[in-house]
Design a protein around this ligand. Structure first.
Ligand code: C2E
Ligand code: CA
Ligand code: CA
Ligand code: CA
Length: 278
């Protein structure tokens, strides 16, 4: 098997057999990684476009593989999703995030953390209990946790997903819809969900600068979110021009390389101490 080949390729690939072997190997490694210290979180600031304040951070998973180096989440999360492993993985991520949340609280610098979930988590009847157990174990208030749920994950089984989200929201956990805009969630469905935040899919945010059609999508999603009383977030913001545009559209929060990259907790602490707002 050639070293350095990309993994997690979508679509037909004549080397699919090789990929299958690679995937199996990677999956075995991932199981091991869960019990070692190979998985860690980086945190990306979500910044208010109104006052430049750091409102919260999104936790993003990183895997430092002993031989392959840094494996991107897009290469191993789908793998975990297609097997039973995603339950353990999300639990592990929540455990790391809530330990960090606790550490920030103890340091007198509390910060809200957003954690990504997968479709499978939303079909797990125990998931709300798992989350509650971890909050209790770490002594973290539910309001300090926000769960990001992708629009596509919701669409997979809207009724079941809604029931689970309602149980989570009833505990005081905030729910955000991630990657919004590419799916076909109706306004009616949106209104029936216990959500507080809408994140515009970053593909639109990035295409916005070259294409007026994409810009219209971004504007429409922001307007929809505002009309529903939700906090609107634009992610993947890479230029100052895009920031200005988004603010003029009434977008509440921005996230992207132009503001800050995802950072380890110590780097984030340093960044926070230097951050003077927009
Ligand atoms: P996502 O949830 O949509 O996360 C946003 C992705 O955009 C992250 O990629 C982030 O590093 C990247 N990003 C942030 N700002 C910019 C920017 O200005 N420009 C560009 N081009 N990209 C930007 P990352 O960390 O590689 O994660 C990719 C995806 O993997 C995430 O997309 C999410 O779907 C998944 N993921 C990451 N961590 C977790 C996790 O702990 N659990 C689950 N279930 N999924 C995760
Ligand atoms: Ca996300
Ligand atoms: Ca996203
Ligand atoms: Ca995504």
């Amino acid at each position: 098997v050639a070293k350095g080949r990309s993994i997690g390729v979508a679509g037909y690939d004549p080397l699919d057999d090789v990929n299958t072997i690679e995937r199996l190997a990677l999956l075995g490694d991932l199981r091991r990684a869960l019990s070692n210290d190979e998985l860690y979180l980086v945190y990306q600031p979500k910044i208010s476009l109104t006052d430049g304040a750091l409102g919260s951070v999104e936790a993003l998973l990183r895997w430092k593989h002993p031989e392959r180096g840094l494996v991107p989440p897009d290469a191993f999360i789908p793998l975990a999703e297609n097997t039973g492993l995603i339950g353990h993985l999300t639990r592990h991520v929540l455990d790391l995030a809530l330990a960090q949340s606790r550490a920030w609280m103890d340091a007198g610098t509390p910060l809200r953390i957003a954690v990504n979930t997968s479709a499978r988590n939303l079909h797990d009847e125990e998931f709300d209990r798992t989350v509650r157990g971890l909050l209790t174990r770490h002594g973290v208030e539910p309001s300090m946790l926000l769960l990001e749920v992708t629009e596509s994950a919701l669409m997979a089984d809207p009724v079941r997903a809604r029931q689970l989200l309602q149980r989570l929201a009833a505990q005081g956990i905030a729910i955000s819809i991630d990657d919004f805009g590419a799916g076909y969630t109706s306004i009616k469905q949106l209104r029936s969900l216990p959500i507080t935040e809408l994140k515009v899919d970053q593909s639109f945010v990035q295409a916005m600068e070259q294409d007026e059609g994409e810009e219209l999508i971004v504007r429409s999603v922001i307007e929809l979110g505002r009309n529903l009383g939700l906090t609107t977030v634009a992610e993947g913001v890479e230029t100052p021009q895009a920031l200005v545009k988004l603010a003029s559209f009434g977008c509440d929060v921005a996230q992207g390389y132009v503001l800050a990259r995802p950072m380890t907790a110590p780097d984030l602490d340093h960044w926070r101490s230097q951050w003077r707002g927009l």
